[in-house]
Design a protein. Structure first.
Ligand SMILES: C[S@@+](CC[C@H](N)C(=O)[O-])C[C@H]1O[C@@H](n2cnc3c(N)ncnc32)[C@H](O)[C@@H]1O
Length: 247
């Protein structure tokens, strides 16, 4: 770790949705652990892509309220958790105490507080669609991973965003506005939609080999909780999952 303190990590002008996540930190801590989209769709798919994590050093990039951070710690990994939202950082610390390094940092900026080839796995779930330019973040993930290190990501599925947001030009990378219901308010969230090639090629260009691409089905518990949404998800992808290896 270099001389920059945790508080010194810069927030980029390219950052979007920071205020939204600041506002939603308590909501994430209290309610998102059990949300069907997370518990019965996103997490089973991401976990299926993870190699053995015991004894591994893992970066949880976009940790929010720390669900993955805690899960990884419980499985015997050591974890660096990062997020650009100070409130999310507080929620992760509340969940895991001092058992992980929890750092406020922006993925639009160099991760120069993490040494070269010092991490075994980078896990970034549902976070990279907030990053416009993937070249820097992918080359930073590649730099900090040791040889044979693994990158596991989940993001909005490009087909879903193109269709649901009724876009005209698939080939653009564009900023979209969404509104989420939380326990007590609607929160505006902005994110980037991009074509599939703009997802795959920055990963390859940064020095990864793509090992697996997943368009999963929800697990059966989703059907019990929300049969209609379960049915939709068995016909329409919501998230895209990728496992890539450093080469
Ligand atoms: C949808 S949440 C995903 C949380 C968690 N990974 C999960 O799957 O439960 C996205 C997280 O990414 C963080 N985030 C968004 N843009 C970021 C950026 N530029 N740098 C660091 N974190 C960012 C947000 O603060 C938020 O906590």
């Amino acid at each position: 770790m270099n001389s920059k303190s945790k508080q010194d990590q810069v927030i980029s002008n390219d950052s979007i949705s920071l205020n939204s996540y600041e506002e939603m930190a308590e909501y994430y801590f209290k309610y998102v652990d059990t949300k069907p989209f997370n518990a019965y769709y996103e997490r089973p798919a991401t976990i299926s892509l993870l190699p053995q994590v015991k004894g591994k050093k893992i970066l949880d990039a976009g940790c929010a309220a720390g669900w993955y951070t805690k899960w990884l710690l419980d499985k015997g990994a050591s974890v660096i958790a990062l997020d650009f939202s100070p409130n999310m950082i507080e929620m992760t610390k509340k969940r895991v105490g001092n058992s992980a390094k929890v750092i406020k940092a922006d993925l639009n900026e160099p991760l120069d507080f993490i040494e070269d080839e010092s991490v075994d796995i980078v896990l970034s779930s549902l976070t990279l669609h907030y990053i416009k330019n993937w070249n820097l973040v992918m080359s930073e993930f590649n730099r900090i991973l040791n040889s044979d290190g693994e990158l596991i990501i989940s993001i909005h599925h490009p087909f879903m965003d193109f269709r649901v947001f009724n876009r005209e030009n698939y080939f653009l990378t564009e900023l979209l506005d969404d509104e989420w219901n939380t326990n007590n308010a609607k929160v505006k969230v902005r994110f980037y939609r991009r074509p599939l090639s703009e997802i795959i090629n920055p990963i390859i260009d940064a020095g990864f080999i793509i090992e697996r691409l997943l368009e999963p089905m929800p697990i059966e518990e989703f059907k019990i909780a929300h049969p209609n949404t379960f049915d939709r998800l068995t016909k329409n992808p919501q998230f895209l999952f990728i496992r890539a290896k450093k080469c």
